[in-house]
Design a binder for this molecule. Structure first.
Ligand SMILES: [Zn+2]
Ligand SMILES: [Zn+2]
Length: 292
């Protein structure tokens, strides 16, 4: 499978000179499976650029939403495939949250918050909230899910194909102050041996204790998860909107020294827009991980 980042920023889009290299668009990750199916993880502002790329294809578009916060939905009204007649778009969400939140992609296109109404769109879109794993499996897309530790809730996904695996976990506080929806030990199990772990790493120690309970993880906690779960590659994601490129470079340097000499992950990086990771299963059971 091939994973391409179109938006790596958390909370709010943050364009500007200080964020230009890693990018200022909010959460959106494109996954191309080897069987031809395509998945879009979240519809933050990064989905706008991805939409242009998909205009000349006719694949069914599968959008897997982590939750309905603005930074994960705001790009959708500007996603050009929704204006293509009969374009098939399926949105997958949680079955445990409330309906308004889950269909947030559609409900924001209401003629008041956006000039067009969802009912006027020529594409054929549907929101799937029940039996998500089964519906996806019928299309040969194999996904496991877990509940995020995040205000209002949300869903993490682990996608598997022919021995390659990618876990997408954003807006998740690994060690929240209250009872977690998913414990740290359960996260270690969920991520165990994943070839690629994409995880929220929005905060530094300097953000604490003020932001404890806001539903995001510390960089140091995510490093430890990557070691404990023995992942192949760690991609830190959902960068704070105030984190400059220079500061993210420094996190990368600290990652390199922290992981030196450890068995896993073999590679770590701070996600940037247009970064592409290819996971290729090998005959002896391992996975080749290539980044460009
Ligand atoms: Zn977010
Ligand atoms: Zn959120």
């Amino acid at each position: 499978m091939i994973i391409t980042f179109y938006g790596v920023r958390g909370s709010i889009a943050s364009p500007g000179f200080a964020t230009a290299r890693y990018g200022g668009n909010t959460s959106c990750v494109f996954i191309e499976l080897d069987n031809g199916q395509i998945l879009i993880m979240d519809a933050g502002t990064g989905i706008r650029e991805l939409g242009k790329r998909l205009l000349n294809t006719d694949d069914t578009i599968n959008i897997l939403l982590s939750h309905g916060h603005w930074d994960h939905i705001q790009g959708y009204p500007f996603f050009q495939p929704i204006y293509q007649p009969d374009r098939q778009i399926r949105v997958y969400t949680s079955s445990s949250g409330n309906h308004g939140q889950l269909c947030a992609l559609f409900s924001q296109i209401d003629g008041a918050n956006f000039p067009v109404k969802e009912s006027e769109l020529p594409s054929k879109s549907e929101c799937i909230m029940q039996n998500v794993e089964d519906v996806l499996a019928a299309d040969n897309i194999h996904v496991r899910r877990a509940h995020l530790n995040h205000p209002g809730g949300g869903i993490a996904y682990r996608i598997e194909e022919d021995g390659a695996s990618c876990a997408y976990i954003t807006d998740n506080e690994l060690l929240p102050p209250d009872n977690p929806a998913t414990t740290y030990g359960e996260w270690v199990d969920f991520c165990q041996g994943a070839d690629l772990l994409i995880h929220d790493a929005q905060y530094l120690e300097s953000d604490m204790p003020h932001k404890h309970g806001w539903g995001h993880s510390l960089v140091a906690q995510v490093r430890q998860l990557a070691v404990d779960a023995g992942v192949g590659c760690l991609a830190m994601f959902h960068h704070d909107p105030d984190r400059t490129d220079t500061e993210i470079d420094f996190i990368q340097k600290e990652n390199d020294s922290f992981f030196r000499g450890k068995r896993a992950p073999a590679r770590s990086l701070c996600a940037a827009e247009q970064m592409r990771i290819r996971l290729t299963p090998q005959q002896h059971g391992s996975t080749l991980i290539e980044v460009d």
